[in-house]
Design a protein around this ligand. Structure first.
Ligand code: SAM
Ligand code: DTB
Ligand code: SF4
Length: 334
């Protein structure tokens, strides 16, 4: 076993790269590594599995907004909170497809449809399946995040051509009840298993900066990294504090600790795509760049996430150009 952490007593197993026997101690030892060693290791692993200078772009659309019966304390769409999101009904298919066309023109390769549901009702399924079929026929990969699923709903989505299903564990099991009380951690893991059994790719991650401890972040990553197989896609969200939600006044999170979390997600799940998800609007270009260096290789593009702001397309294009990402020519300096 190669010892990576020279300062700590705990030796970190480094081979094989992809494994499912992570312990909290391992994850904490990673958090304690010198920043440069950690980011260097994450970047090295990233390059073993993915092209070095490519960042995949997904586009999010809220197809059913607000009025959600769940009480997730970070979420402006919960009916339990007083955020200014107006509840809306399920969008019609033509409007969804118009958004998908715009997303494709803007360079997105995947289109993710989100709904503020605890779970879809069976009567919503035909419309959802039509949307998925329509988006797929435009040549985009499809993703949906609709809450908990029954096995037959998962199968219907798979048959409609859904490539990815997003369902986050959000935080550690220990911290979870501080954030959500209307469904359990176990419910979340069950949904992930249902998605996997239906043969779809799994997108599962969490949120950083909700007042959790480093041990909670370490534990959240252990839970994700011990899923077998690993989720193909792992979104790491920085909390977007929204007025009217219980987490509105949460203090700003340390950017370097966020970058560490991204790097550790990459080290623990090197063959998975780590997505730098919510929170980019609050980040500087330099902060985002450090996340890419730490192995994040996907972002949400377009001016809105579900209900909150995301960087304008032009700003993202300019950053991609400055970094020479996705074949952009590195511009001459002025
Ligand atoms: N209702 C479905 C569910 O919760 O599974 C799907 C949509 S829900 C908005 C998708 C994910 O967005 C949540 O699990 C959470 O990780 C993330 N999210 C929601 N609000 C957020 C916020 N204010 N900041 C960061 N991430 C957020
Ligand atoms: C994920 O992990 N983050 C995205 C997506 N999956 C669905 C959602 C972020 C939502 C941020 C708050 C909002 O815009 O309402
Ligand atoms: Fe509802 Fe999803 Fe928001 Fe929770 S995160 S309140 S389930 S929309």
């Amino acid at each position: 076993m190669k010892i990576i952490n020279q300062k700590a007593d705990h030796a970190i197993q480094v081979e094989p790269d992809v494994r499912h026997n992570w312990r909290t101690d391992d994850s904490i030892a990673l958090f304690e590594l010198p920043f440069m060693d950690l980011v260097h290791w994450a970047q090295e692993l990233h390059r073993r599995y993915f092209p070095a200078n490519e960042v995949q772009r997904s586009n999010l659309l809220s197809v059913k907004t607000g009025g959600c019966p769940e009480d997730c304390s970070y979420c402006p769409q919960s009916a339990h909170h007083q955020a200014s999101v107006e509840p809306d009904k399920l969008m019609d298919i033509n409007s969804v497809l118009a958004e998908a066309r715009t997303a494709k023109t803007g360079g997105a390769t995947r289109f993710c449809m989100g709904a503020a549901w605890r779970n879809p009702k069976d009567r919503d399924m035909p419309a959802m399946c039509q949307m998925i079929e329509g988006v797929r026929s435009l040549g985009l990969e499809t993703c949906a995040t609709l809450g908990m699923l029954t096995p037959s709903q998962a199968e219907a989505l798979k048959n409609a051509g859904l490539d990815y299903y997003n369902h986050n564990i959000d935080t550690s099991e220990a911290f979870y009840s501080n954030i959500i009380t209307t469904r359990t951690y176990e419910d979340r893991l069950d949904t992930l298993m249902t998605v996997r059994q239906a043969g779809m790719k799994v997108c599962a991650g969490g949120i950083v900066g909700m007042g959790e401890t480093r041990v909670d972040r370490a534990d959240m990553l252990v839970t994700l990294a011990n899923l077998k197989p690993h989720p193909e896609s792992v979104p790491i969200n920085l909390l977007v504090p929204v007025e009217g939600t219980p987490l509105a006044d949460t203090p700003d999170f340390d950017p370097l600790e966020f970058v560490r979390t991204v790097a550790i997600a990459k080290i623990m799940m090197p063959s998975s795509v780590i997505r730098l998800s919510a929170g980019r609007e609050q980040m500087s270009d330099e902060f985002q760049t450090l996340c890419f260096l730490a192995g994040a290789s996907s972002v949400f593009v377009g001016p809105k996430l579900l209900t909150t702001d995301n960087p304008a397309r032009g700003d993202d294009d300019a950053l991609f150009e400055r970094l020479g990402l996705n074949g952009a020519k590195y511009p001459g300096g002025s």
